[in-house]
Ligand binder design. Sequence first.
Ligand code: IMP
Length: 425
Amino acid sequence: MSAIVIVGTQWGDEGKGKATDLLADDVQYVVRYQGGNNAGHTIIVGDTTLKLHLVPSGVMYPHVTPVIGDGVVVDPGVLLGELDGLVEQGLDVSRLKISGNAHLIMPYHREIDALSERKLGRQKLGTTKRGIGPCYADKASRVGLRVQDLYDMKIFREKLDAALQHKNAILTRIYNRQPMSQIEIETEYAVYAERLGPYIADTGSLLHDGLDRGENVLLEGAQGTLLDLDHGTYPFVTSSNPVAGGAMTGAGIGPKHITNVIGITKAYVTRVGSGPFPTELHDEIGERMTTIGKEFGTTTGRQRRVGWFDAVLARYAGRVNGLTEHFLTKLDVLSDFETLKVCRAYRYQDQEFEHFPPHQTAFHHATPVYEELDGWTEDITEVTSFSDLPKNAQAYVERLEELSGVHIRWVSVGPARRQTLERSV
Ligand code: IMP
């Protein structure tokens, strides 16, 4: 009986779907524990490419029960659209379980997300405008509607009535918009209630019973460590806890079950949306990385910002998540660069920081202290063992491991499952 956590160590988009795919054979449950349809996972199995936003990637495997945990925010229209799409691709989605405690994204959450971003102008966070932040804000204010409220439309109506009075005041008085219609929302959500009913379950008990039977659980984080509400680059973060601790609250499992915490780490760094990014590249090298790495968002299609590997972030992620190992992704994207830079520390004023600076000002103005490593020119996408990689590619991985302080157990050299090299400790 064990649970494994998969967590992004950067600003999301590290390639978590690929790690889930590799580990899925040995687990009975794959659980999404936070976030909502702001996430995007691309999974490639054989000839099938799936782009998932809300449904846990475990849906691909007939032996796995995919679970949307308590800590997730669910936009029911989006979820049903995604399920319909999966069914069209021939997948059986009937095993999906959704926690009744998960919160519902409502139309006013999406509207307020977009309006508040517009109001912020140049100060905007660059959210995905999916209503994630406003939904979590309502959860914390204890005025949110939950998936289980769909069971009883009388309760749903009462809660919606209370929430909507407040939201309509915001929409009309602050943003000068039309109020939203309670009847329209009720009608829309009554249809969702009907269709989602069969999937709603006591997911906490389901997972505990599974663990008691000796089954294995994979807890799949969305976004990444630096987008964590408490531990990320606040305020340029998402509104949930992608870090490993969030997996406990978001799935309702205690830490004693966790055996491994796997950090998914890109061989360079990307970020979508606003916020500081010390190793960001604005030159031709960055453009090459973007093109070769196909760095465009799965959810919004936005071009990702790119930069050199940042060992300060990797070290921080190792600590905050209690990482047991790294899964390094997209090493192949770095083939054919003459030299590769790695940020080993930051400099701010006269000080050098090997660890993540405790004050935001230092991080916002940090300049990277780089070391340079020789690149390699060979195509590495068909390499099947770590020792067959070009010597410089091996040296690059070994140096990242040394600087980040956590073992790099897997190295990915392409999108397919077979393009993964496992290293010994
Ligand atoms: P929100 O999660 O839509 O509120 O957006 C807050 C910040 O998190 C923005 O900078 C988004 O670009 C970023 N973000 C949210 N989800 C993802 C993701 O899955 N990958 C990368 N960035 C994300």
